[in-house]
Design a protein around this ligand. Structure first.
Ligand code: MRU
Length: 354
């Protein structure tokens, strides 16, 4: 099944429950807006493009869990629910962006029936387009990988971070479809271990050779020449700002990404970011993007067992900023771009293809 989808029988959102991986591959049904918001917060569904789909399906769900009488009251309740969904996580641009896109569809509707039908159609179309564009992105990115290449990746930017196929791992899948023998080094990705719990599972399911390493072994692996390219996804790409390390823009991605980019640069290993145009935010500069800080418990405990003094102060950012100066290639569904990026290339989203 897709990572996230619409359950036609129960009229609700259905998703792979990623909190249960790798022990169980189960699904979860979000039947209320509260269920969906909680699912986003606890990372049952996660990864920027999958969050975009969750936002879109969230608006469709809000049109169904709403028993207002008149259309005005109905639309107001949908907008309030949509805002809760959009605010469930702050860093990935896709979540709020797709909620907004669906509210645009709602704004053109005149009746509850029309709103229910058209928001669901639009959410389904958006999910289908995510899969199509990931495939195109993968084909473009595959050209960067030689036969026999070893790719290091961080977190999970695979099928399970998107509706299907993936971005960074989509590049690997497309390279393999093109007949290249490509294998993967997966960083564990503390503290929530998306690398060990999710990336390894999806790669092994697809018979891709993968070696799991602790995050702290990434530097040594790059220094020892075990890696030919680092390929990661992105939660948001901005074209302005970057702080002391540059001003050509920033890639926001899972905490730890920046460190890998610095070490890759040190050892002349290409650093590749794979993300659709929908992840490029042309409106904000780097210092306007909020980096989500997560619960200290994620560090003070490991799977319910104490890992640190209960009251130790904790800084637990979920994402970091990689200055564009450290990025060799940005791969999107329209091609491969070499920074510095031209704003004109990202001003308009590409037209969806059927
Ligand atoms: O906190 P997560 O698991 O949602 O973080 C996900 C990532 O950082 C991914 O690398 C990113 O969203 C790219 S997904 C194709």
């Amino acid at each position: 099944m897709r990572t996230i989808d619409w359950d036609e029988d129960r009229d609700c959102v259905v998703m792979v429950d990623q909190t249960k991986l790798p022990a169980e591959y189960t699904t979860y049904r979000a039947e209320t807006i509260g269920d969906l918001v909680e699912s986003i917060e606890v990372l049952r569904v996660r990864g920027a493009p999958a969050l975009g789909a969750a936002g879109a399906y969230g608006v469709a769900l809000a049109t169904r869990t709403n028993d207002a009488d008149g259309y005005e009251e109905f639309a107001e309740t949908v907008r309030a629910d949509a805002e809760r969904v959009a605010n469930a996580r702050p860093t990935a641009v896709n979540l709020a962006r797709e909620v907004d896109a669906l509210l645009g569809v709602l704004a053109d509707c005149d009746s509850i029936g029309e709103a229910r039908e058209r928001t669901l159609d639009a959410a389904q179309e958006l999910a289908d387009e995510d899969v199509r564009r990931n495939k195109r992105l993968g084909e473009h990115g595959a050209g960067l990988l030689a036969d026999g290449a070893t790719v290091m990746t961080h977190c999970n930017a695979g099928a399970l971070a998107t509706v299907d196929w993936g971005t960074a791992l989509g590049v690997v899948y497309s390279a393999r479809e093109a007949g290249k023998d490509v294998d993967v080094v997966a960083n564990e990705t503390r503290p929530l271990n998306q690398g060990s719990r999710i990336t390894t599972v999806e790669l092994m399911e697809r018979d891709v050779d993968v070696t799991l390493i602790p995050d702290n072994a990434a530097g040594l692996s790059l220094q020892e020449g075990r890696v030919d390219a680092v390929v990661v996804g992105a939660d948001r790409v901005v074209l302005e700002g970057g702080g002391p390390d540059g001003d050509q823009g920033v890639v926001f991605n899972k905490i730890g990404t920046y460190k890998h980019a610095v070490v890759a640069d040190r050892h002349d290993v290409p650093f590749v970011v794979a993300a659709p145009h929908a992840t490029v935010d042309t409106e904000r500069s780097a210092d306007e993007v909020e980096i989500e800080e997560r619960d200290p418990t994620e560090l003070r405990e490991i799977y319910g067992t104490q890992n640190a003094p209960e009251d130790v102060p904790v800084y637990n950012p979920a994402f970091d900023r990689t200055p564009m100066e450290l990025v060799d290639y940005l791969v999107t569904e329209t091609g491969v771009y070499e920074p510095p990026l031209e704003r004109a290339d990202f001003a308009e989203p590409p037209t969806p293809e059927a």
